[in-house]
Design a protein around this ligand. Structure first.
Ligand SMILES: [Cu+2]
Length: 729
């Protein structure tokens, strides 16, 4: 297979041809994003083969062997002379939490969608439509809203790129590489690079750094998401869709808050997401809240107990767009944020020793009772690409997956981060479209340095795992690691290095040794060092943090019988079926259930309906072909029982709870999950979002048999003038 990106020293003529081909592809993406052509049209016209491969047309396909004897390629993103490790890495921008008591929302949030009419933009058909895009009526009302009435609320507006004039990193500037929070932050990936157009990047509040929400168990939250994107779908810089649906990635809550792919909303509308932040099992386990480990920071150094299973405590989440067929483009364009959840165990204070010594005292800080970010740092990794003018662009090579050629951390090109000589926690998110990372830590001599993984996805592991390199981190996975910088000297530097080489979007092509990755000889521009840690001083205060020997043991499933097993096969060559075009995805990718045909996504089709209150075992099988698929199952954490048929194949770092399961080429994963507390329609899909958008997604539903959940739930069909419903298939 080809090397995707051209080397810098490729001939001028070759670069020109590659540039022309890329511009042609950009036109195709633009027409798709404007809805003027469909993937079906492209296949009909021969631009794509039915297998999802860009047809061998000169001037289009980067892999067509044209005049160039040594192959093919994609033009590199210009760097405008920017050098790596010359800009500080900004910490996340924390969204303000409002108290429902002292500052109620306006309009107030309600159990059912707010259907108060507002004017609909002419581009969307004019007239009047509901102010909230949530599907109306009792079936989409917030479940148990009164039981978990919001105590705090947070709001944000999805908006075109603009300058940030109210950055709140929630740490003093000496803990943020001396970035002055009062200085306006233009939206650009490096000070030497051009400012992004308002059509190129769409983020939360239209600004960088990426946003962070702090949540606490026992403190239900209402997240009001406004859609401030252009009403004219053509004002998108050629990619990205202006309708959105926001998925709180692995929130344990009702389907109406899950960012269901078909429950999207339009420019001018908002959507109220109710995040109750509860422990799974709260209706059946520790019902009377008697266990200190099941708790929340009480604001006073102690624990406020809550019902549920403390072994289901979650820590590091993110939220992102889940728009049907446009998730890859929208997330890539900026619809990605992080969400830290604080609990009695993981309270974000490294000093507090509560009465039963529940606090694990992970690196964080000491100033506040909970949620200290001083030494607890979110890192969002993403590969990007831009056009000749330096504007963000989305390319389409085939349906394997989009790869960028520029590494960013927190949307900054290869930055540095200043640290003290002490322990830090890093919450690392892979926010790419199709790229995997394998991370190592190197000193300036290129020697691998040890770090400790403490969490996988949203979940603290049973025990910390010391590592010299992470596993191949799939898209949407989160790995929390602790690095102990006290082993080094002031003025030393360390580097975070990507060892995982891609030749295309199929999945990792191979992992390089640290020396090879650092040599700069990989044809993959995203291999190598991408973040520098500069040790700038002794700790300002004594490091009180710990790396505990035991963190969160897995929930005990021994008494819960397995109600049913199901087999899901993920692969190519899917069939289409459905009654309504609007709910059907198109693409080469699909999922077969229990030996049936492999099917394209159709969010009106229910592919599995586990019974409320039961536990099941699901076998996730890769249908082969060399692709890897990081499979995400919404709703509740699962446990991996086997990889390729055996528990012995499950690495230590995957022996906690998970919400993304990498199948690896030809591999299979057996998991177990429970279906409790909440109901409605949820999803299962590949989180290589190119695969997801090209139909590797299905809907499953928690079946309450009519009680407490209507069965089956009607599917929403959103329009700017209101949501209609169809009976599911
Ligand atoms: Cu996939």
């Amino acid at each position: 297979m080809s090397r995707m990106y051209l080397p810098w020293n490729a001939s001028k003529a070759r670069q020109r041809d590659a540039q022309r081909a890329r511009e042609n592809r950009a036109e195709i993406i633009r027409e798709l994003s404007w809805g003027r052509v469909s993937r079906r049209d492209l296949i009909k016209w021969g631009v794509f083969t039915s297998a999802g491969l860009l047809a061998p047309i000169g001037g289009l396909n980067p892999f067509v062997r044209t005049a160039w004897a040594d192959g093919e390629g994609i033009p590199r993103s210009p760097l405008f002379g920017a050098q790596p490790f010359t800009q500080p890495m900004p910490r996340f921008d924390v969204l303000e939490r409002q108290s429902m008591d002292t500052k109620p929302m306006s309009p107030i949030c309600m159990p059912e969608a707010n259907t108060t009419p507002i004017k609909v933009a002419d581009e969307l058909g004019g007239g009047w439509g509901p102010c909230e895009g949530r599907p109306p009526g009792a079936v989409w009302a917030h479940q148990h809203f009164d039981d978990f009435y919001p105590k705090t609320w947070v709001e944000a507006t999805q908006a075109p790129a603009t300058t940030n004039t109210r950055y709140n990193p929630r740490v003093p500037k000496e803990l943020n590489s001396e970035i002055d929070p009062a200085a306006p932050i233009p939206l650009r990936f490096h000070p030497d690079m051009p400012v992004q157009f308002d059509t190129s990047v769409w983020t939360f509040n239209g600004t960088i750094p990426p946003k962070l929400v702090l949540g606490r168990y026992g403190e239900p939250m209402l997240f009001r998401h406004h859609n401030g994107l252009p009403a004219d779908c053509k004002k998108n810089g050629g990619f990205g869709r202006h309708t959105i649906s926001t998925h709180e990635h692995n929130g344990h809550h009702g389907a109406e808050n899950d960012g269901f792919t078909g429950a999207y909303f339009f420019p001018g509308q908002f959507y109220d997401y109710h995040w109750p932040i509860v422990l799974a099992g709260h209706n059946t386990i520790n019902k009377f809240a008697t266990d200190d480990k099941a708790g929340a920071p009480d604001g006073n150094g102690q624990v406020a107990r809550i019902p549920g299973d403390w072994r289901e405590t979650m820590s590091t989440h993110w939220f992102h767009d889940h728009m049907f067929s446009f998730t890859a483009q929208n997330v890539y364009k900026g619809n990605a944020a992080m969400f830290n959840l604080y609990s009695a165990l993981d309270r974000g204070n490294e000093e507090i020793d509560d009465r039963n010594h529940v606090n694990l005292r992970l690196p964080s800080g000491t100033r506040d009772d909970w949620g200290n970010l001083d030494y607890d740092v979110n890192l969002m990794l993403a590969d990007k690409a831009w056009d000749r003018d330096g504007q963000l662009m989305f390319d389409i090579f085939n349906f394997d997956g989009f790869l960028g050629d520029v590494m960013t951390v927190n949307l900054a090109y290869k930055p540095f981060f200043q640290v003290e000589r002490r322990k830090y926690r890093f919450r690392i998110l892979n926010a790419s479209v199709a790229r995997f990372f394998k991370l190592a830590l190197a000193d300036t001599l290129g020697q691998a340095q040890e770090f400790v993984q403490i969490a996988n996805d949203g979940n603290l592991l049973p025990r910390p795992v010391p590592l010299l390199a992470t596993d191949e981190m799939g898209i949407a996975e989160r790995y929390d690691i602790i690095i102990d910088f006290s082993k080094y000297a002031v003025e030393d530097s360390l580097y975070l290095v990507n060892l995982c080489e891609h030749e295309d979007g199929r999945g990792p092509d191979g992992n390089l040794s640290l020396a090879a990755a650092l040599s700069g000889r990989s044809a993959d521009p995203c291999v190598g060092a991408f973040l520098e840690f500069k040790i700038v001083r002794e700790p300002l205060k004594t490091d009180k943090s710990q790396i505990p020997e035991v963190m969160i043991e897995n929930p005990d499933l021994s008494q819960i019988k397995v109600a049913r097993e199901r087999v899901f096969r993920f692969g190519r060559g899917a069939k289409e079926s459905g009654r309504y075009r609007k709910t059907m995805g198109e693409g080469p990718w699909g999922i077969s259930v229990d030996g049936g045909d492999k099917m394209d996504a159709n969010y009106n089709r229910i592919s599995a309906a586990p019974k409320f209150g039961t536990r099941e075992v699901w076998h996730l099988v890769n249908d082969g072909g060399g692709w890897d698929h990081p499979i995400h199952i919404h709703f509740e954490e699962g446990q991996i029982l086997a990889r390729n048929g055996s528990f012995a194949n499950v690495p230590l770092t995957e022996r906690g709870r998970k919400d993304v399961y990498r199948l690896r080429p030809g591999g299979s994963v057996t998991i177990t999950m429970q279906f409790r507390d909440w109901g409605g329609m949820f999803m299962e899909h590949c989180h290589n979002t190119t695969h997801e958008d090209n139909a590797m997604l299905l809907r499953w539903e928690i079946n309450g048999g009519g009680d407490p959940f209507l069965k089956p739930l009607p599917s929403p069909i959103p329009t700017p003038h209101g949501v209609t419903f169809e009976d599911p298939e």
